[in-house]
Structure formats: C-alpha cells, structure tokens
Design a protein around this ligand. Structure first.
Ligand SMILES: [Zn+2]
Length: 63
C-alpha cells in the first residue's frame, strides 16, 4: 500500500510525496504507519477521531 517514496505530514497526517504537506504546509516524515483512505470524512469515525476535515489519504501514525 505504501510505496517508499510516500511521506506523511506530522501535523495533519496527510500522505504525500513531497517534503512539505500540500494541505497545511507542515513537515513530512518517511517514518509513518497505516494508510487510511478517507472518502467521506463527514461519515468516517476515524476522520472524526483524527480531526480530518477533508477527503484523501492519511497515515495512522507519524513519527
Ligand atoms: Zn499537513
């Protein structure tokens, strides 16, 4: 699921390929686990718990 080039934002958990998060501008990390695809954040329990307010791919844990 997670390719070696993917990184996750330390602030909002958004998964991206860049060094900085395109969503919040935060720093991204290669050290992350668990990929969650949020397709309907308004109905997703995980999105609510993580404070996600947009659809997309997110990491469960980011170090
Ligand atoms: Zn972010």
């Amino acid at each position: 699921m997670a390719g070696p080039s993917y990184r996750a934002c330390k602030q909002c958990y958004f998964v991206t390929e860049g060094d900085t998060c395109p969503r919040c501008g935060g720093q991204t990390s290669k050290e992350w686990q668990g990929l969650v695809a949020v397709v309907d954040f308004e109905k997703s329990d995980i999105a609510r718990k993580m404070g996600i307010a947009a659809n997309g791919k997110y990491a469960l844990k980011v170090r």
